[in-house]
Ligand binder design. Structure first.
Ligand code: AHR
Length: 766
């Protein structure tokens, strides 16, 4: 439908608002989640090359995970005499044995491709030589070379393999009969054009570089503070020769080789032309551990504080300083110019956290005033940790606070005014992790709309990064992600294109924009529906149940959802729940239109230690109240639950205690948004960078005017459009690609904004 009255949109670009965008505004969040580093950006092709996997990484994993031995000889795991005490396990191979590594996938080998194998070897006894090859599934060699292993003692071996055939290969090391070798720290990397082994996977670096990020946040996320003190990310354990680095389990259920450590992270930033933003633990580990966060004992805090000061010296110190000299010794005499550093990640704001945060922050302020420290405000854009985190940040006079928001598209469209009313006298905001919860066009447009308002509020929102960035297909722990990949392919999502369109064209000064013709989309009142119960990870007997006073049969509940009965938009459900088996609590879903739009109450979510209320929109969850700590469900101990729905309000009592009293946000969604910044082009002319988001089913005809009246506009625009809101899925490439168009508009002439589109136009007055 192209009815002019419905679809016309008049944008009046006004005066500068006085807001100037931080040149650091758009950056990237990098965490080793979803195999994004080991198995991803790290160009290493061998998996478990250091025989260091353990069941702590993943149940069932061990030193020989990813290795297969054939041939009748023996492979023994040893720990007696390791290459380095930080890497305790290695193998002794007595031929005849062929040891094959499955890699992260088979390696795609093209003719003349070159690879470097490095390893520590110890010839224990025997004569003859081992050999290495990349072999295909049928056992044919695609590349092969002798593996010369000097006599007794650990020796570093290095050899190059050049492909003489094409195919999918895996590394195979053949040790002949009579030869006994010890092996550790194996690595296989492709060689770059200059013949050097690649540190980073090139196709992934290319798409990251195309984003033109201003900063790179690393190493997390949760990985930064880890599960327990032993898993906290200590930068010093990640620099120096590989054998001296300390591998660790990854909080996302796999292994961190630490082959990419702090030096390589800093070098990645250089490669991408971005500034580094390390996130260090604030002296406490992640609270998502059974038994809560672990804190570095106060007696050990001075040493931890010193570690962080040393990190700054490692990044910035002259070569006459201890850690600057270490950096130079590792091959990078020039300083990295570190300016930003995050302290903590989504931490629970406890006294323990506050004390330790304050110790680190004050030492940094004293010794390194050049570093801007970024504080943390919990995992959600509201709630107890958010409020406490902000209050603490104000008290501490923190420069910037890291806010996170994994929310529904609806939340983004309802909260476009979020930053308009933020207190300008306190800390600024780093919107450090956000995503509109899936990879479809609807989500990408919601993110674009919100980004437009972040620019409008660029005086308070100084930095932002979508999260997570990368995910290897088949090994994801978190969706959505911005970029998916496998061994051969890189799949860019619609969210990637949105990020890129904002990042590559940036203005400097924000203009006020009046948008005439926007009709907000109402959110309908909650519909009638049913009450559904489930107990993932437990078995629960539900008795004495009533809905609006009408008694119901007792039911047994487990993983599968059971319908208890019907409930209106208003109504009361109550019951007694007794766990008979399992470790977890239960879930209640109420009302709405089934799969798309309903309320959910978790009685014992997240390791059976909290209660939470969620509101689902378009099938995607938003936490709207909690999580609030709870003692949890115990086997054979009855719990009474009562939930009352009253229009938008939902109240939840557990054992007679009112735990939640919250109103759902059913404000209309603003789906058409525009923003404008200006900049001075190289030729001295003024350019307008206009962002226009149309997240509706109808194309809009947009006119652009200046208060002075413009004769017309010339320039170019990038348009991301062409698919409906539900197209695009996790693990797939975007259904839409940005298109470049030339623009020449006479005064008053309209530019079409297609349905479900983002347009970024760079214009000059004609
Ligand atoms: O981005 C994935 C995870 O989300 C991060 O590790 C954590 O900070 C957040 O909860």
């Amino acid at each position: 439908m192209l009815d002019d009255d419905v679809t016309r949109l008049n944008l009046t670009l006004g005066e500068p608002t006085g807001v100037t965008l931080d040149p650091d505004m758009w950056g990237i969040f990098f965490e080793d989640i979803n195999w994004s580093l080991d198995g991803g950006l790290n160009a290493e092709l061998l998996r478990n090359g250091d025989f260091a996997f353990t069941p702590a990484d993943h149940a069932g994993w061990g030193p020989l995970t990813a290795w297969q031995a054939t041939g009748g000889g023996s492979v023994e795991i040893r720990t007696e005499d390791p290459v380095h005490p930080n890497n305790g396990t290695y193998v002794r191979v007595a031929g005849p044995v062929t040891l094959t590594n499955e890699g992260f996938d088979a390696v795609r080998v093209h003719m003349d491709d070159a690879f470097r194998l490095t390893a520590f070897t110890w010839r224990v006894q025997g004569v003859g030589e081992a050999s290495v090859a990349l072999v295909d599934a049928a056992g044919a060699a695609l590349a092969e070379a002798p593996f010369v292993t000097p006599a007794e003692g650990w020796h570093e071996a290095s050899l190059d393999l050049t492909a003489t055939a094409e195919g999918l290969g895996r590394l195979a090391i053949t040790v002949p009969r009579g030869l006994v070798l010890e092996l550790d720290m194996l690595s296989l990397r492709p060689l770059g054009e200059g013949g050097e082994p690649l540190t980073f996977r090139q196709d992934l670096v290319d798409v990251l570089r195309d984003l033109k990020p201003s900063f790179v946040r690393f190493p997390g996320g949760c990985v930064a503070h880890g599960l327990g003190l032993g898993n906290l990310y200590h930068w010093k354990q990640t620099v120096g020769p590989r054998e001296s680095r300390v591998p660790s389990f990854n909080t996302w259920g796999y292994h961190q080789t630490r082959q990419i450590g702090y030096l390589e992270y800093f070098e990645l930033c250089e490669l991408l032309g971005a500034t580094a933003m390390p996130i260090v633990a604030a002296g406490v580990s992640c609270q998502n551990l059974r038994g809560r966060a672990a804190c570095i004992p106060m007696a050990d805090m001075p040493a931890y504080v010193q570690d962080i000061l040393d990190l700054v010296e490692f990044a910035n110190g002259g070569t006459d300083t201890t850690w600057g000299a270490r950096r130079a010794q590792l091959g990078h005499p020039e300083p990295f110019g570190l300016r930003l550093l995050g302290l903590g990640n989504e931490d629970e704001i406890t006294r323990d956290f506050e004390e330790r945060y304050a110790m680190v922050a004050s030492a940094l302020a004293d010794r390194h005033p050049e570093i801007t420290v970024i504080g943390t405000a919990g995992p959600q854009p509201f709630g107890p940790d958010f409020e406490d985190g902000w209050a603490f940040a104000r008290e501490q006079r923190v420069a910037i606070v890291d806010e996170h928001a994994y929310r529904t598209p609806r939340w983004f469209h309802q909260n476009l005014d979020r930053y308009d009313s933020y207190d300008r006298s306190g800390p600024a905001v780093y919107f450090g992790e956000y995503a509109a919860r899936t990879n479809n066009v609807r989500s990408a447009m919601a993110e674009a709309a919100f980004m437009t308002t972040m620019e409008r509020n660029g005086d308070i929102v100084r930095l932002a990064s979508y999260a997570p960035l990368l995910a290897r297909l088949g090994t994801t722990q978190w969706v959505p992600d911005m970029i998916y990949f496998d061994a051969d392919r890189v799949l860019l999502t619609a969210s990637y294109h949105v990020q890129r369109m904002f990042s590559v064209e940036r203005g400097e000064d924000v203009l006020s924009v009046e948008v005439d013709g926007v009709v907000d989309v109402p959110v309908p009142p909650r519909a009638e529906g049913t009450v559904r119960l489930s107990a993932p990870g437990a078995r629960v007997k539900v008795s004495d149940a009533t809905i609006d006073g009408v008694g119901l049969e007792a039911v047994d509940v487990d993983d599968a959802e059971v319908t208890l009965g019907a409930i209106g938009a208003d109504g009361i459900v109550q019951f007694t729940a007794t766990r008979v088996d399992g470790q977890e609590g239960m879930v209640i879903r109420l009302g709405g239109t089934g799969a798309e739009d309903f309320l959910q109450v978790d009685i014992g979510s997240w390791q059976n230690k909290t209660t939470v209320v969620h509101s689902f929109a378009d099938g995607i969850s938003n936490d709207i109240d909690g999580p609030y700590a709870w003692s949890g469900m115990s086997t054979d101990v009855p719990v009474t639950v009562r939930v009352a729905l009253e229009g938008e309000r939902i109240r939840v009592w557990v054992d007679g205690e009112l735990r939640h009293d919250v109103a759902e946000d059913r404000r209309p969604e603003t789906r058409v948004v525009a923003g404008c910044t200006t900049r001075t082009a190289e030729d001295g002319m003024r350019e307008y960078v206009v962002r226009m988001v149309n997240a509706t089913d109808d194309a809009r005809q947009a006119t652009l005017a200046l208060p002075t009246g413009a004769a017309g506009w010339v320039g170019k625009a990038t348009v991301l459009a062409g698919a409906g809101p539900d197209e695009g899925q996790p693990f797939e490439a975007s259904p839409i690609e940005p298109q470049e168009i030339e623009i020449a508009l006479a005064a008053g002439q309209a530019l079409e904004l297609p349905a479900w589109s983002l347009t970024v136009a760079v214009l000059r007055e004609a």
